[in-house]
Design a binder for this molecule. Structure first.
Ligand code: IMP
Ligand code: MG
Length: 191
């Protein structure tokens, strides 16, 4: 069936450790939702999820947002090898709706080099939203190559490759309810 794997390696064979458990994630996401709801009180919030990694975070986060809100999606791909982001980012799916004069909050899985968020921010600025802020579940500051503003941050993590809760290993394992680190020596991409 196409290029899909017929067998997926069990993550327990290559997991290093659970970095953020399901309970910790859900607790922190509820706090973020409450903080965002306070900050945007009396306003309508437009949430923009960056596909595909941000999708689990968005759907859990929005359940804790009490101000009126709408959602939209955008996909970007970075040129470069698997786990190394290059400086160039391409929009592969643009927003459906206009953001002119709206309060926009970008919802991202992780800020790593910062190139993705930096490119998306500079593109969206040209469309003149009323406000434009960034909410990321994870922040890997040691890897930063370009300065980006982060207004809401779930967790600061060390410089390790992580998977689960939206983040993939070669597109798989996004559905795991926790964030884990990988032992690359035990990972078999073409199992
Ligand atoms: P940046 O442009 O380098 O900040 O990279 C952001 C994107 O790289 C994220 O949206 C992720 O898709 C991907 N990414 C960065 N670090 C990891 C990781 O540890 N695991 C999985 N994906 C990652
Ligand atoms: Mg990815």
């Amino acid at each position: 069936m196409g290029s899909a794997k017929t067998e997926m390696q069990d993550y327990r064979e290559f997991i290093d450790e659970i970095l953020v458990s399901e309970e910790e994630l859900q607790k922190r996401i509820a706090e973020l939702g409450q903080e965002i709801s306070r900050d945007y009180e009396g306003e309508t919030l437009h949430l923009i999820c960056i596909l595909r990694g941000g999708v689990l975070f968005l759907t859990d986060l929005m359940r804790h947002i009490s101000v009126p809100n709408t959602i939209d999606f955008m996909a970007v791909s970075s040129y470069g090898t698997n786990r190394q982001t290059s400086g160039q980012v391409r929009i592969s799916l643009d927003l459906k709706d206009d953001i002119l004069d709206r309060h926009v909050l970008l919802v991202e899985d992780i800020v790593d080099s910062g190139y993705t968020i930096a490119s998306v921010l500079s593109l969206l600025e040209t469309r003149h939203p009323k406000t434009l802020k960034v909410c990321t579940l994870l922040d890997k500051p040691e890897r930063r190559e370009t300065e980006v503003p982060i207004h809401y941050r779930g967790f600061t993590i060390p410089n390790k490759f992580v998977f689960g809760y939206g983040l993939d290993m070669d597109e798989y394992y996004r559905n795991l309810p926790f964030i884990a680190t990988v032992d690359l020596e035990r990972y078999r991409p073409n199992a």
